[in-house]
Design a protein around this ligand. Structure first.
Ligand code: HEM
Length: 231
């Protein structure tokens, strides 16, 4: 999704998914995008109005955070299942395991690989001393394969229990869209396995997108038999 964020005067101008976030006000005093926020009554929070930059920042994080990540959950998950035919057959034969299957696919091939933080004060994290203001990169995808946390972490186990992974982050900024993304993943995997019998990878070189933070394929070429089951 093309995103351009450019400073315009003192305000932040941005275009996300076709919405011009810095468009001129209409006759009622709203931009299209602010009108959307007003309709959903989220412009004011606990009595405080969001300013323009906060409205734009919230739209960007919701639209960007919610689109490519979920797309990559589905693409990475299908790749993982195709590379593990035993697990694929297990899920196809027993769709009721979908909830734990999606959690394991999120852990195993995490769509969101890392995030960043600025340390609020001097602190010790593990065996590292961090100065106030230091930029820290937390690689959730590495934590998700940590052998101290997950037994046999490189093994795909769709029935893994105690699977408290970091794919949606942790604590105050835990993913706002996690319940939606989980349901989307559950519907997508079960539907794809039901409607694409014999789905398997085409023997071509896979190309990953170049974004280090959002792990996802440019495309996932597969073959499958003609569906014999109703949609
Ligand atoms: C598989 C899909 C998704 C993954 C892997 C994912 C991952 C994440 C991660 C790791 C964070 C925490 C970032 C941090 O702590 O710095 C986050 C936050 C967030 N996500 Fe998602 N996300 C997904 C889907 C969605 C969807 C569908 C939406 C919106 C509908 C969404 C909206 C957000 C928002 C608004 C935040 C910021 C929350 C905050 O700062 O309080 N995400 N997401």
């Amino acid at each position: 999704m093309p995103i351009a964020v450019t400073p315009s005067g003192t305000s932040l101008g941005a275009r996300v998914a076709g919405l011009d976030l810095a468009a001129p006000l209409d006759e009622s005093g709203f931009r299209e995008v602010e009108a959307i926020f007003h309709r959903h009554q989220v412009v004011a929070f606990e009595g405080q109005h969001l300013d323009e930059e906060e409205v734009i920042a919230n739209i960007i994080v919701t639209m960007v955070g919610g689109q490519e990540t979920t797309t990559n959950l589905i693409g990475n998950g299908m790749l993982t299942l195709a590379r593990n035919p035993g697990a694929l057959a297990q899920l196809r034969d027993d769709p009721d395991i979908i909830e734990s299957a999606v959690e394991e696919l999120l852990r195993y091939e995490s769509p969101s690989q890392h995030t960043g933080r600025i340390t609020p004060h001097d602190m010790v994290l593990g065996d590292k001393e961090l100065k106030k203001g230091a930029a820290v990169m937390a690689v959730m995808a590495a934590g998700n394969r940590d052998p101290l946390r997950f037994p046999d972490p490189d093994r795909l186990d769709l029935l893994r229990t105690d699977n408290r992974h970091l794919a949606f982050g942790w604590a105050a900024h835990f993913c706002f869209g996690a319940p939606l993304a989980r349901i989307e993943g559950q519907i997508a995997f079960n539907t794809l396995l039901r409607r694409l019998p014999g789905v398997a990878l085409e023997p071509v070189k896979l190309e990953w997108r170049e974004n280090l933070g959002l792990r996802g394929l440019k495309s996932l070429p597969v073959r499958f038999q003609q569906a014999v089951v109703p949609a």
